[in-house]
Design a protein around this ligand. Sequence first.
Ligand code: GLY
Length: 312
Amino acid sequence: MEPKLIIHGGAGSSLKGKGGAEAVRKSLYKVIEDVYGKLLRGVPAREAVIRGCQLLEDDPRFNAGTGSVLQSDGQIRMSASLMEGKAMRFSGVINVSRVKNPIDLANILQDSPDRVLSDCGAMELLREMNAPVYNPLTDLRLAEWMEERQGNFNKTMAGVVAERELVTGSEARRGTIGVVALDSQGTLAVGTSTGGKGFERIGRVSDSAMPAGNYANRYAAVSCTGIGEDIIDECLAAKVVIRVTDGLSLREAMERSFMEARRNERDFAAIALDRTGAIAWGKSSQVLLAAYHTGEQMGDTLDMLDDVDAIN
Ligand code: GLY
C-alpha cells in the first residue's frame, strides 16, 4: 500500500514573525522528504520513525535531543518512546542525560524484557552500549534558562522552538517531536521524544514516554505534544487509538477527543495515522508545528485554524 507519514516539532502559542514559521516549515519538510523517501523504498515503519526522530532530535530548533530545554536545576533530562503497531510493544526512556538520540535507547529496549527505563537505568544501558557522552545543550537554551531564572521560573513551559525572537517572546510554548508512519506493508509505528516542559522539578516524568503521549496498534498510531500533565489526564494517544479500534473513523476519534480536550481546558496537540492511510491532526493549543506526506503531496499545519483536520 501507499506509505503515509506525519511528523511534529511541538505545539504552543502562535509563532511570532514570519521568519520563525518559515524556518520551522523548512526544517519539517526536509525531514518529511528524507523519511518519506525511505518509506517509498520499502523501509519498515519502525525504522522510518527512528530515522525521523533522530533527524528532529538533531535539529537544535526543536525541544528534543540537541536543543532540549533545561530543567529547574539547569540540567537537561530527555524522554523518548517507540511503539510499533503490529508487535504492539511500547518501549522508552525517562529523564536520560548525555545522549545524542534518546530514541535509539527506546529502539534498543524494544527487544528487552525490561522495556521502560528511568534515569539511572538508562544511563547504565548507555554505559553497556559504550555510547559516546554527548552534551545536547545549546547557547539559546542556556540563555532561555538564564532569563527564566531571573523570573523565578514562572512560565508553565519553555519555548517550543529555539529561535532568538521566540525565546525572548513573552508567551509560553510547548515542545516535543514526534513521527507517525504507515509503511508499504500496512504496519504503523510511532515515536515521540522530548526535553520535557522546561524549568520543571527534578524527577518530573513526561507524557512522551507513556502510552498517554505515544501509542499504536494495528488500527491507529498517535504522537502527542503540549503540556504533559494535560496529555496524561486525557490519556490522549491511547484514547484516540482505542476509539479507532472500537470502530470510529480517525477523524471522528480525533474530533471527539479534542472536543473533550476543549471542554477540559487542555493545552496540547496530536498527530495520527490509521491503517487505511487516513492522516489526522488536532490541537487545543494555538499552533501545531506538523507536516505530512499524503503520497501525492506534502502539507503542513502551521496555519491551521480548525481544532481538528483529516485527509482520507
Ligand atoms: N509533552 C512534553 C512534556 O510535557 O514533557
